[in-house]
Write a protein that binds this ligand. Structure first.
Ligand code: NAD
Length: 383
């Protein structure tokens, strides 16, 4: 068995996503499971090089995990020959500049979403990476979640008949930061720092809708900043300048309609933090992060509207759980493995910078729709 080591810069590793999902649950978990096995018996072995702004935090983090490679100097990390991949989980605003640097250094690039702050920049990054011949990838973790994998299985198996509509409900209460600390970083609530729920969530909705249902052809969106003042990590009040809720309708190829509410100012009365209900002529499903329930037309009840009587049946009881039928690994890890196989063994990987740019485009057009108060068509982006 040959071990193929591959140096990977993990920039923004001290952040929520960089540390937990990408370093610990993906790259280190891959090492714990023996590396990524290829068909020819080779295993890909990630060698993380931690990059960030704070020396103390980086050293502490490296020691905690028995890692030796870390630096606050991105340029020197990019100059290393043993580093082949640049990964970015920094705050969104810092991403474009760092990715450009990585393209110039000839590294393959994998990044958190959104790829950039606007469509023009995202498309330009896609084109520059193409011209440099480097392999790109953007995180689309929701596709690899058990609930959505089961939903995809239902679609592929023809369960729904003709799909009519999708209803998505995402969100939870994010504390304002005064009497309880907020559970998300404060930059998320400042437009000037790249925050806002549209920029954060529409790239996810874009790939979920396109991969499962069809191309998004138009968007109508209303946004709100329901909580106008919050308190930051240092206990200082600040003005929340970004949208913290978005109520959007997406029109899809084939006439399907998707409505998705996204909110950080909603309390959860749901089974999961995100749920999608899909209704089709033959059956319906409700998929969350983990679970997926179905109701076939043959067992669909026939309620009759009568507000004078209490509900006579328990509607939730009338749905059946879709079994796992396989083991689901962490979604971020599964996508990392696919990206590493793409870089090392040339396996196909379609979640590239152009796919990422399409997600950015939907966020940009969603915000435009909210600003202008109307429906916006989504032109197809090409490289
Ligand atoms: N895939 C997902 O589900 C998902 C979920 C949350 C966030 N994200 C994305 O991941 C990225 C990071 O988000 P997060 O929630 O981990 O944020 P975070 O604030 O926890 O981490 C941000 C990281 O960027 C670094 N950084 C570099 N330059 C900075 C600067 N000038 N100001 C502040 N921080 C700076 C920080 O040190 C930190 O390591 C964002 O682009 C976000 O859109 C993705």
């Amino acid at each position: 068995m040959t071990r193929r080591s591959i140096g990977i810069i993990v920039n923004g590793v001290t952040g929520r996503m960089g540390y937990r999902q990408h370093l610990v649950r993906s790259l280190l978990a891959i090492r714990e499971s023996g590396g990524v096995a290829l068909a020819d018996g080779t295993t890909i072995w990630p060698e993380p090089v931690l990059v960030g702004r704070n020396e103390t935090k980086l050293r502490e983090l490296a020691e905690r995990h028995g890692l030796t490679e870390w630096t606050t100097d991105l340029t020197s990390a990019l100059a290393r020959d043993d580093v082949e991949i640049y990964f970015d989980a920094q705050v969104t605003q810092q991403r474009e500049k760092a990715i450009r640097q990585a393209i110039e250094a000839g590294k393959h690039i994998y990044t958190e979403k959104p790829l950039a702050e606007d469509t023009a920049a995202a498309l330009d990054l896609a084109r520059a990476a193409d011209a440099a011949g480097v392999r790109t990838g953007v995180v689309q973790d929701k596709l690899f979640l058990p609930g959505l994998r089961k939903l995809k299985r239902l679609i592929d198996g023809g369960f729904f008949g003709r799909i009519l509509s999708v209803r998505g409900e995402f969100g939870y209460w994010v504390f304002e930061g005064d009497w309880q600390p907020a559970q998300r970083p404060s930059w998320n609530y400042r437009a000037e720092d790249g925050g806002g729920i549209v920029v954060d969530m529409f790239p996810h909705w874009h790939y979920v809708l396109e991969e499962l249902f069809g191309r998004v052809t138009a968007v109508s969106c209303v946004t709100a900043t329901h909580v106008p003042e919050r308190v930051d990590e240092a206990g200082q009040p600040y003005a929340a300048t970004a949208d913290d809720a978005a109520y959007a309708t997406f029109e899809l190829d084939g006439g399907m309609i998707a409505q998705i509410n996204s909110s950080w100012a909603v309390r959860v009365y749901r089974d999961e933090l995100v749920e999608f209900q899909v209704d089709g002529t033959e059956g319906s499903a409700v998929a969350g992060l983990r679970n997926c329930r179905v109701q076939h037309r043959a067992v669909t009840p026939k309620p009759v509207w009568n507000p004078d009587l209490p509900a006579t049946e328990d509607f939730r009881d009338q749905w059946a759980e879709v079994p796992d039928n396989e083991e689901f690994d962490n979604g971020f890890k599964v996508q990392w493995e696919a990206y590493l196989r793409h870089v090392v063994a040339d396996e196909p990987f379609r979640w590239d910078f152009l796919a990422g740019a399409r997600g950015v485009q939907l966020a940009e057009l969603g915000l435009r729709s909210a600003r202008e108060g109307g429906r916006i068509e989504v032109p197809e982006l090409r490289s």
